[in-house]
Design a protein around this ligand. Structure first.
Ligand SMILES: [Zn+2]
Length: 326
């Protein structure tokens, strides 16, 4: 595990494949990044918090209180799904989607396997399906608040994960199999650097910003680039964009990642963190907000909550066609 664990999410590619091919001790000495690491997930949620309507905020607080003994925020619970998978390996594949490097777009039949635990389930084992699945559960008021809180915790994590480009690439275990040297160092934390881990954690850490300053930078970039207009969309589209970024950022095994690479790709990381945050806010406002009551905006931050789409909350699993609609 990456020592910092402060990055986006790499359990995924790492655990899924490595358990089958190596003994535990070997795995422990092999650099696998686990998670966007913790900080990437937190930053995504911190952006989201700034764009929730008052109604949505209140719902989020209520649900998280139903789940936790402590008062946890959306950012606090954002990395949770990576911890959960330790004891629930059946959820490991929910964190990513394996789109081949050579593919142009996501193909559900090729890239999203039928659920191992429940083969008859219409919901499959990849991040695009599971975002829709947990949207449905979050909006299902026949479920208990504790069950809906779990759905919220998965959702905040998976919307983050799908925006980490290497969570949408199938080759080389999502880049976990590509050893690199990062800014002159072969070790990242206490492990050999690999490309997936660099994207989970190292690029974020290399910015040298506090969480507060990094969040402020993302909020400023949203404003400067008018990214709010891109807050909607579908998980399959987000996966395709992530895949495109990952293919562009691929480096060969043994590559030296220079400061030029980091400067260039940090722009992609920032855009993806910010858009993940905006899109999660859009989802939560749609499901938990009250469309009949126009949101008054965030008095403290001066930001307005994102518009609410007039769609229903219920979700059905995609049909067997190759792309998902909702
Ligand atoms: Zn994850």
């Amino acid at each position: 595990m990456n020592e910092s664990e402060v990055g986006w999410s790499a359990w995924h590619h790492g655990i899924k494949r490595s358990l089958g091919v190596c003994a535990l001790l070997f795995c422990m000495s092999t650099p696998q990044s686990w998670a966007w690491g913790r900080e990437g997930h937190r930053l995504t949620a911190l952006v989201t918090e700034q764009y929730l309507s008052p109604e949505t905020k209140a719902q989020v607080v209520e649900l998280l209180q139903a789940d936790a003994k402590n008062r946890e925020t959306l950012a606090d619970v954002a990395p949770w799904a990576d911890e959960y998978r330790t004891d629930h390996p059946e959820t490991a594949q929910w964190h990513f989607v394996d789109i081949p490097k050579t593919a142009v777009t996501f193909d559900r039949n090729r890239d999203c396997p039928v659920s191992e635990k429940d083969p008859k389930s219409p919901w499959r084992d990849c991040v695009t399906d599971r975002i829709l699945y947990f949207e449905g559960r979050l909006g299902d008021t026949s479920l208990s608040e504790a069950e809906r809180a779990i759905a919220l915790k998965f959702l905040v994590h998976f919307v983050g994960d799908i925006h980490q480009p290497f969570h949408a690439l199938g080759d080389d275990r999502g880049g976990n199999g590509i050893s690199v040297t990062f800014l002159g160092s072969a070790t990242c934390g206490t492990y050999r650097c690999n490309l997936h881990g660099v994207w989970d954690d190292s690029i974020i850490e290399s910015q040298g910003l506090s969480e507060k300053k990094y969040t402020d930078r993302l909020l400023q970039e949203i404003k400067d680039n008018n990214w709010e207009r891109m807050a909607g969309g579908e998980p399959t589209t987000w996966a395709n964009i992530s895949h495109h970024y990952a293919v562009n950022a691929l480096a060969p095994n043994g590559a030296f990642l220079t400061k030029e690479y980091v400067a260039e790709e940090a722009k992609v990381v920032d855009a993806q963190l910010a858009l993940g945050g905006l899109r999660l806010a859009h989802i939560l406002n749609r499901i938990l907000g009250t469309p009949s009551t126009p949101a008054a905006g965030d008095a403290q931050s001066g930001r307005s909550p994102l518009p609410v789409q007039p769609t229903g909350n219920s979700r059905t699993a995609p049909s067997s066609t190759t792309s998902m609609q909702r």
